[in-house]
Design a protein around this ligand. Structure first.
Ligand SMILES: O=C(CO)[C@@H](O)[C@H](O)[C@H](O)[C@H](O)COP(=O)(O)O
Ligand SMILES: [Zn+2]
Length: 192
């Protein structure tokens, strides 16, 4: 496949998935916005995590919220659990890579917080264990997933399942939905 074919194939698939996502996820998205808004307004924080491209998504969205998205407004309590290399390497080395997010939920998660995991396959063990730990500690849980949410399905109070099985296409919808979440939160929290 040449560059032109890849260009058209990717755009066609992207637009098809975007269209299906818009049709399917409106209510789930509104539910997630309400849960995030309630957590932040109540003094809680948003904890984001995921692997690879999803780690980048977690950091991207946490940065928009804690610093700025569209409006100049007070900081929103949000953090990515993918950035502290000392914590990540110590937890991976001493406890195993599957516990790197779980351990940080144990350290930082409090009732009233919201734990938000990203996984396109729904199978990343470290994301699943962190959601399990969050549940056990009384946090509200949420997941950004793909068509096959797999192990995350029963662990998330709010789940956005993008109707695709292609990692890149799912990630493209995750960051779009993440940006929408930032915009909706700025509105809901009264920063108009
Ligand atoms: O960005 C990409 C592929 O587009 C990769 O870095 C991808 O995120 C990594 O393979 C992840 O480890 C996949 O994890 P997950 O989405 O299945 O939980
Ligand atoms: Zn990617």
């Amino acid at each position: 496949m040449g560059a032109h074919d890849i260009f058209h194939a990717a755009f066609d698939e992207h637009m098809k998935v975007a269209h299906e996502t818009a049709k399917k996820l409106e209510q789930d998205f509104a539910g997630l916005v309400a849960a995030c808004s309630e957590a932040v307004a109540g003094g809680g924080k948003l904890l984001f995590f995921g692997n690879g491209g999803s780690a980048a998504d977690a950091q991207h969205i946490a940065a928009e919220l804690s610093v700025r998205f569209i409006k100049d407004r007070p900081a929103i309590a949000a953090i990515a659990l993918t950035t502290d290399t000392s914590v990540l390497t110590a937890a991976a080395n001493d406890m195993g890579y599957e516990r790197v997010f779980e351990r940080q939920i144990e350290a930082l998660g409090r009732r009233g917080d919201l734990a938000i995991g990203f996984s396109t396959s729904g199978k990343s063990r470290n994301v699943v264990l962190a959601l399990e730990a969050a549940r056990k500690q009384g946090l509200v849980t949420a997941a950004f997933a793909g068509a096959e949410a797999n192990l995350m399905e029963g662990l998330a109070d709010h789940i956005l399942c993008v109707p695709s099985k292609t990692t890149a296409r799912i990630q493209e919808m995750h960051i779009t939905l993440g940006h929408m979440l930032c915009g909706a939160l700025e509105e809901q929290l009264g920063y108009v």
